[in-house]
Design a binder for this molecule. Structure first.
Ligand code: BMA
Length: 825
């Protein structure tokens, strides 16, 4: 096989304009115009409005290239487009190859007879996606699927029409790789790798399907390189059957297999599986896949609460800890490898073991899945449908069928891929959002189409193309069509009464889902991020620009309302930003601690949402630039394998220890009833041994009648978890809302020293400091801990890498430390 990349010196222009401009491929019109300074940055201020014209227009791209001599000698040459966004007409040397209407499909055209030895011109015309959906929507309005009406008519990422955290910026362009592929005789059309675990060994079965043009003596070879370098091979001759493409089946038995585990349960060894196609001694084609060996099942068994919903890997039930993933940019072509890895690595650092790729985004590229394999993050993969009613016609179904088959085939070898799910919140829509109109025949046809798509077509594709993976019809669903999709007896749950329903965080404790796949609370992004879109005069929570960078209908006011339920009104905007992050983190902590305490009943929590696609107020724990919000630091604590938590109920305080470990654990829990000034009223040390994968009530404490008058405002309960001499967890509960605590100036004091290229910050407080935040002006760093409570006269060390090129002195000057008290005093 010979490849010629067609990335490079493309040109583009608006249809009707005369001047050709330089373009990046892969890329898109917006990012190209931005690079040329022809549009303002749509992420700044309200520039989004000023660039709406871009997607209203048609655009053309062209590339003049000469074909490599070696390629021209091949028998069959294909033009391969991994992704065209979205309505494209592709021509080569003036000859139309085809029209496309699905950004999630790969297009492949045979161009052997069209290519020239000399100069060639590849030309792609993109039609306006906005004009298209508007016209279709005018013929027959369909609900939802994004903020711009009509989105469901086009197989294009729904979030690009605008979402309750994302701008209306539908990109246009060649958004994935584009190349020529030349072959002699035959090529590998598809490879399917399956694994069977039995008797301590794994049998890898590989089926390779070929596309063949000419008779020849072919053989297919399978090579497996184990993580320790050991190589095993097998080969066979493909069999040609009438009406079916030639196929080769191969098998290798792996003795002493090294198993792949989700993060926190073990290592992630990967085997390199290579399949190659030969004609005698000539290599015709080859494909390589990193493969993790593991079994995976979704266990759904009747129990006292209904039916379980538990992922089981290598026979071990997993408590899924994670978050929902949205595309990392409104313009996905500009997500750099390092940024993607930063996000996935940050998830793993916060002890996550699962991400849900939400159905309103895109099917991620290979990089994403490779990273999830490496970092041990299971992936719940939605098919790309969200919150809307989709067309019923045959062409649409055929288009989706192709898309689903392709993406299932593309991703199924990944160990991290845990589940295929039909869509996001569409079963809910039919049942709870008044989509259903039994008196309207057209509406009922759409409902029948929903049933066909998500209860027949997609599960059938998964069953035939990826029989080893579970399929789930929708998120949320109870598994039985239209029967309590968001019920808590079976299946998964989205819980939005906190935030959209304005309920207090305590409402989380009334919820006992079998698997919580969405719940969340917003915050502002860190100030450094806000400064990229809002000038100083707009840095106010209800200003025009701050509201422009807030897309939830509930809006910034909801943040203010919930904030003043729990905290004092902050004194200025930077304090508001800080407190909004603390508020969000506290809320999600409160929920997750409760569900982990009930880990026998609840099998996982995925909060909404891990990341952002632009700088915005949102539910994310990591912002667009990769900055950790308070929530991400708290996630690292509340998702830790051993979680010490306080279940507070007035003056009654239950201390719990939740363990995800696979072995029993022994250590100590210390609790102190302590005044804000550090005076200890009562304390106890409890030796604990906890069973694997369980929750243990360590102590049920009752301070009723104990704290009279003002005392409850001046006293807190502190619990610590000790493993030998190491403090590995801590928790603090108050007897009154934080806003009523009688905090006094903690007179925070810190010293910085250097050790092995790291800075160590030693912190001290004169009285209790809540939610101590460290930050560095002018540098993005992650501290070893952040947003923690600091008891008086107990020094605490926090480590932070020195930003590259920085001296300790510079860090000292740029270091900022604050706590709850300084947010209002
Ligand atoms: C859920 C998600 C998204 C949405 C989020 C916040 O409904 O599935 O559609 O962005 O909540 O409202």
């Amino acid at each position: 096989m010979i490849e010629q990349s067609l990335r490079g010196a493309w040109q583009f222009r608006r249809v009707g304009a005369s001047e050709w401009l330089p373009a990046s491929v892969p890329g898109g019109v917006h990012t190209d115009l931005l690079a040329l300074g022809r549009i303002p940055d749509p992420f700044v201020a309200d520039n989004e409005h000023a660039v709406q014209w871009v997607a209203e227009n048609d655009w053309e791209y062209r590339l003049i290239f000469s074909t490599a001599q070696s390629l021209l000698r091949e028998e069959a040459i294909f033009l391969v487009c991994d992704g065209l966004d979205t309505l494209a007409e592709v021509s080569l040397n003036g000859q139309l190859l085809g029209e496309t209407n699905n950004m999630f499909r790969q297009y492949r055209w045979l161009v052997t007879d069209i290519l020239r030895a000399g100069e060639n011109e590849l030309y792609v015309l993109f039609r306006s996606p906005l004009a298209f959906i508007r016209a279709r929507q005018a013929e027959r309005p369909l609900r939802g699927g994004g903020d711009i009406p009509g989105g469901p008519y086009l197989r294009k990422a729904p979030y690009q029409w605008g979402w309750d955290w994302g701008p209306k910026l539908p990109p246009i362009g060649i958004w994935k790789d584009i190349r020529l592929e030349g072959y002699a005789i035959a090529r590998l059309d598809d490879v399917h790798i399956r694994q069977e675990h039995a008797d301590g060994q794994v049998s890898l079965a590989v089926t390779a399907r070929l596309e063949q043009w000419r008779e020849a003596r072919l053989r297919v070879m399978l090579t497996v390189v184990a993580p320790d370098g050991q190589v095993q091979t097998a080969q066979t001759v493909p069999v040609a059957c009438p009406d079916r493409p030639p196929t080769a089946g191969l098998q290798i038995i792996l003795h002493n297999p090294q198993l792949w585990w989700p993060n926190g349960y073990g290592a992630q060894p990967l085997y390199e599986v290579e399949v190659s196609l030969w004609a005698d001694e000539t290599l015709l084609d080859h494909r390589a896949f990193p493969v993790g060996l593991r079994t995976l099942a979704l266990r759904q068994e009747a129990d006292e609460w209904g039916e379980s919903f538990q992922f089981v890997v290598n026979g071990v039930p997993i408590f899924a800890k994670g978050a929902n993933w949205i595309p990392a940019d409104s313009f996905p072509t500009r997500v750099r490898d390092e940024h993607l890895e930063w996000l996935i690595q940050s998830a793993a650092k916060a002890h996550m073991n699962m991400l849900r790729v939400w159905g309103g985004g895109i099917y991620p590229d290979e990089r994403f899945y490779d990273l999830c394999d490496r970092y041990g993050l299971l992936v719940w993969q939605d098919f790309i449908f969200a919150c809307g009613i989709y067309p019923e016609d045959r062409d649409f179904f055929e288009n989706v069928r192709q898309e689903a088959i392709e993406n299932v085939r593309r991703l199924r070898h990944h160990a991290s891929l845990a589940l295929w799910c039909g869509n996001n919140e569409m079963e809910e829509g039919w049942v709870y959002w008044q989509w259903d109109d039994p008196h309207d025949a057209g509406n009922q046809r759409l409902k029948a189409a929903y049933d066909r798509m998500f209860h027949h077509l997609l599960p059938a594709i998964v069953a035939s193309e990826d029989p080893d993976r579970p399929y789930w019809p929708s998120s949320p669903s109870s598994g039985i069509p239209f029967d309590h999709p968001n019920g808590q007896q079976r299946g998964d749950t989205h819980y939005w009464d906190v935030w959209h329903g304005r309920k207090p965080f305590t409402a989380y404790r009334q919820q006992y889902p079998r698997f919580m796949s969405e719940f969340g609370f917003q915050s502002l992004p860190p100030l450094a991020t806000i400064q990229t879109y809002a000038p100083l005069e707009e840095q106010n929570i209800t200003s025009y620009i701050m509201e422009h960078h807030q897309r939830s209908p509930a809006g910034n006011g909801l943040m203010v309302a919930q904030m003043t339920d729990l905290f004092r009104l902050p004194k200025d905007f930077p304090s508001f930003v800080y407190l909004s992050m603390v508020l969000q983190a506290e809320g999600i902590r409160y929920g997750v601690e409760h569900w982990r305490r009930n880990c026998q009943r609840v099998a996982g929590t995925l909060y909404w949402q891990l990341n952002d696609c632009w700088p915005v107020a949102s539910w994310s724990s990591i912002d667009y630039f990769g900055r950790w919000k308070a929530l991400h630091y708290l996630a690292r604590r509340f998702y830790a394998p051993l979680l010490l938590s306080i279940e507070d109920d007035g003056a009654r305080m239950n201390l719990h220890l939740t363990s995800d470990l696979l072995q029993p654990w022994s250590g100590r829990v210390l609790w102190r009833l302590e005044r804000l000034d550090g005076q200890i009223l009562e304390q106890e040390e409890v030796a604990v041994t906890v069973a694997p994968q369980s929750n243990t009530l360590v102590r049920a404490l009752d301070f009723t009648g104990r704290l009279t008058g003002d005392e409850s405002r001046r006293t807190v309960l502190i619990a610590e978890l000790w493993q030998a001499d190491e403090l590995i967890g801590h928790s603090l509960a108050t007897f009154v809302p934080n806003k009523h605590l009688a905090l006094v100036n903690p007179r925070l004091h810190w010293d910085v020293e250097e050790k092995d290229g790291q800075a160590r910050v030693w912190l001290q407080a004169a009285s209790l400091a809540r939610f101590v935040e460290l930050s560095v002006d002018g540098a993005d760093v992650v501290f070893s801990d952040n947003y923690f409570d600091l008891s008086p006269n107990r020094a605490r060390r926090v480590d932070v890498p020195l930003p590259s090129g920085w001296t300790l002195d510079r860090l000292q000057v740029a270091l900022r430390v604050r706590s709850l008290y300084e947010s209002y005093a």
